[in-house]
Design a protein around this ligand. Structure first.
Ligand code: NCD
Ligand code: ZN
Length: 368
């Protein structure tokens, strides 16, 4: 693993958002561009994917946009989801169910408020060998002292409770950002794993405050939290692995300008910046660059392929390997859809997405 070339067997991203329409056309082929062979795709579309038919149809669309990539589909945990639907979904090849607490992130208005009402669904998932993917935050509530900085630690008792009730159910705590989350997953049994994003290995609070490009949910936390994420990868813990949470948003939604928002009132009150960081097109070189920066480059194959594949029971595809070579190169400032958009609200502009690390240098690139 030393020197100027690294060979990684069939890299996998176990948490990615590939959207719909023009955005999906732009970003779905970027999964392979970023060096990833297998993508586990999130269901927070508009409307969310709540039936196996919807998920299967969506995966077929993605497969047409990028035939060389393998896509695995998920369902959105929702009151309409029944144990019968879980059985049907498992038979149809849907691999997991994603739970979004209500209102904490992009397209989570249909998210859940209480986990116990879903126990019959979790039971069916355990029997069908499906994976439960948890967005591990509870909604902010100032009266109860909950805000974006402690929303994840406050969620962990739910994870422990679900695991205790369903010890054979495979659960993934998604995009961990805190030492508390890392410690909790370490403590729990072999059926509980955790994804880590590259951006949370790099960012702390100071990096997203006032900077839309680095804003996502859960927000990046304190230096000590980031150290815990780096340490658990450096030690090669088998239940921690890559889930990029690559979540593209149109430039205009990340940087709402006064001009595009009309009145001052609209600007002042509705000028929220969309949550989500876009890493798909640079993913493997980014992971190599970051892991090397904190002395964990030797763990790259485990982090981006072996650990996640083992947990998801998805062995690496034969002969699919990606070679990285040590060449410094700049990340593009923006990715642009090649056609003028046909969305009525977008004035015939082209769709633009700004990636994480825009204009900065990576230390590795994928060998053609
Ligand atoms: C995600 C998105 O944009 O879909 N945003 C984010 O900040 N991570 C939703 C999510 O996974 O929370
Ligand atoms: Zn996500």
């Amino acid at each position: 693993m030393s020197g100027d070339r690294l060979t990684i067997p069939s890299p996998a991203d176990f948490h990615v958002h590939l959207r719909q329409g023009e955005m999906s056309e732009l970003v779905t082929p970027h999964v392979a561009k970023g060096g990833i062979d297998l993508a586990y795709v999130m269901p927070n579309l508009v409307p969310p994917l709540t039936s196996s038919e919807q998920t299967i149809a969506y995966i077929e669309q993605l497969q047409k946009l990028a035939p060389q990539t393998k896509f695995l589909g998920t369902l959105y945990l929702h009151p309409d989801l029944t144990p019968e639907e879980i059985k049907r979904a498992a038979k149809a090849g849907v691999r997991g169910v994603k739970s979004y607490p209500r209102g904490v992130t992009t397209n989570s208005d249909s998210g859940i408020e209480d986990y116990e009402v879903y126990y019959p669904v979790f039971q069916a998932m355990e029997e069908a060998n499906m994976v439960l993917n948890l967005h591990g935050e509870i909604p902010s509530d100032a009266d109860k002292g909950i805000c974006v900085l402690n929303a994840e630690p406050q969620f962990l008792s739910h994870l422990e409770k679900i695991h205790k009730q369903f010890p054979r159910l495979r659960i993934v705590l998604e995009h961990a950002t805190t030492r508390a989350a890392v410690d909790c997953v370490r403590r729990l049994g072999d059926t509980v794993a955790c994804t880590i994003t590259p951006h949370h290995l790099e960012l702390i609070v100071d990096d997203w405050a006032g900077r839309p490009i680095n804003f996502c949910k859960p927000v990046a936390k304190l230096p000590d939290d980031r150290a815990a994420l780096r340490d658990v990868i450096r030690e090669g813990h088998p239940r921690f692995f890559l889930g990029s949470d690559s979540a593209p948003h149109p430039l205009a939604n990340k940087y709402p300008s006064a001009a595009s928002r009309g009145s001052t009132e609209a600007l002042v009150h509705n000028c929220g910046c969309a949550a989500g960081i876009y890493t798909s097109p640079i993913l493997l070189p980014l992971c190599a660059t970051l892991l090397e920066s904190f002395g964990a480059l030797d763990q790259l194959p485990k982090f981006v392929s072996e650990n996640g594949r083992k947990f998801y029971q998805e062995p690496a595809s034969e002969g699919r390997q990606v070679v990285l070579r040590r060449v410094r190169n700049k990340v593009p400032e923006v990715y642009v859809h090649d056609k003028h958009t046909n969305r009525s609200d977008a004035d015939g502009q082209k769709l633009q997405v700004v990636p994480f690390y825009a204009g900065k240098e990576l230390a590795w690139e994928i060998e053609a």
